[in-house]
Design a protein around this ligand. Structure first.
Ligand code: AP5
Length: 216
């Protein structure tokens, strides 16, 4: 089962993804995480992606699409494994490339989970987000604090703020989402694949809504 998590920055895609990975037979392709891993390891891909990400712009399609297929083909997945696409596709060209590649592999996108969230909530969530660079766990300075300030509950790593989680960059990321990514909502609605989730609810409620709607 191939599921896309579609929504603006800070909508809660990573948070839901992490719950699904813990509780279900699932694997994920999170393009933002893959780029950040490459940046911290100073790979050629990381060097190419860094300036786009620091500005909040999209990394060029030719780098992103190849990366997704390379990752997809290497995933350890069985027939009933859920493959989560977190942060991909982000524009029409990527969506068409995804359809095409799925067809070549005799599979398809099963559902697209769209997170509906107001933009003021997004800014508050993103500017308050803290992440663990070691295990990827996500926190928030107000609504999801770690037990010990600045330290990851899961692995003891030192929490950091992402380079692109400042106010100016977030505004650009939201603009880019509105211009380039939001047309995908209608694209997948017309394909009969869209499930809409109220992303303003708590993470537990979002997870329950995901389970209920996926079962429908
Ligand atoms: P990426 O890493 O994908 O970032 P994003 O899409 O901007 O999404 P975020 O990670 O900011 O938000 P999220 O929805 O995962 O929210 P989260 O669960 O963490 O992309 C980064 C960059 O990489 C892009 O700008 C681009 O440059 C590049 N890139 C990536 N993919 C690309 C592609 N396909 N093509 C081209 N370029 C690409 O939650 C956020 C905060 O809110 C956390 O603190 C969390 O604790 C809190 N929170 C979450 N849910 C809730 C809730 N329900 N209630 C209260 N708080 C919540």
């Amino acid at each position: 089962m191939n599921i896309i998590l579609l929504g603006p920055p800070g909508a809660g895609k990573g948070t839901l993804s992490s719950k699904i990975l813990k509780e279900k037979n699932a694997v994920q392709i999170a393009t933002g995480d893959i780029f950040r891993y490459n940046i911290s390891n100073k790979t050629e891909l990381g060097m190419k992606a860094k300036s786009f990400m620091d500005r909040g712009d999209l990394v060029p399609d030719e780098l992103t699409i190849d990366l997704v297929w390379d990752t997809f083909d290497k995933l350890d997945k069985e027939e009933n494994t859920i493959v989560l696409f977190d942060g991909f596709p982000r524009n029409m060209k990527q969506a068409k490339a995804l359809d095409c590649g799925m067809e070549e592999r005799n599979t398809e996108i099963s559902k697209v989970v769209y997170f509906n969230v107001d933009s003021q909530i997004l800014i508050d969530r993103i500017t308050g987000r803290r992440v663990c660079p070691d295990c990827g766990e996500t926190y928030h300075i107000k609504n999801h604090k770690p037990e010990k300030e600045g330290i990851c509950d899961r692995c003891g790593g030192k929490l950091i703020q992402r380079n692109d989680d400042n106010y100016e960059t977030v505004k650009n990321r939201i603009n880019i989402y509105n211009e380039q990514t939001s047309p995908l909502i209608d694209y997948y609605k017309e394909a009969g694949k869209l499930i809409t989730i109220d992303g303003a609810k708590t993470p537990e409620e979002v997870f329950n809504e995901f389970n209920n709607k996926l079962g429908e």
